[in-house]
Design a protein around this ligand. Structure first.
Ligand code: RP5
Length: 162
């Protein structure tokens, strides 16, 4: 199976990114995580992206806050699908990272999830890998059914006291 690369701009993003790692583990998808910054370690971020396809990756998740150029900088150096997680910092409620991640120029796409949307980033990466992996696709279908059942259980509980 192809691996998912997870790059975060700082280890201070880890509490948010952890949810993506947990989701990939739950789905049995191999991943590799690194702290590389578009601004502080641009060479390492670029080298990771340039070599990612040859190194067995099928999708890359890039998480960053503030002037969040990491996902775009990764996407500039690979044609693998790149998923951006805008991380909420201590000011501006994550709007800074959201706009920096989502407003990519034509030709270099980044699939941007919600602010702090790490679980969805992992699910989207899984769905990309599952295009060529029927077993993983089945796991994702089963998860949808389970998640729907949980919602219906909540609906039942809400109405059970009447
Ligand atoms: C961004 O700056 C990182 O992705 C992080 O969200 C933010 C703050 O980084 P630290 O100062 O905590 O290392 O590049």
């Amino acid at each position: 199976m192809k691996k998912v690369g997870i790059i975060m701009g700082s280890d201070s993003d880890l509490p948010i990114v952890q949810k993506a790692m947990d989701m990939l583990e739950e789905l049995g998808i191999p991943y590799e995580a690194h702290v590389y910054s578009a601004h502080r370690t641009p060479v390492e971020a670029r080298d990771f992206a340039l070599n990612a396809r040859a190194n067995g990756f099928g999708a890359i998740i890039a998480a960053a806050g503030m002037a969040a150029h990491l996902a775009g900088a990764i996407a500039a150096n690979t044609t693998l699908p790149v998923i951006g997680i805008p991380c909420k910092g201590s000011v501006l409620d994550g709007m800074d990272a959201l706009l920096s991640t989502v407003m990519m120029p034509s030709g270099i796409p980044v699939a941007t999830v919600a602010i702090n949307g790490a679980a969805n980033a992992a699910l989207l990466a899984a769905q990309i890998i599952a295009v060529e992996d029927a077993e993983l696709a089945k796991k994702l279908d089963d998860k949808r059914v389970k998640d729907a059942a949980k919602v219906l259980e909540k609906d039942k509980n809400l109405n059970s006291n009447k």
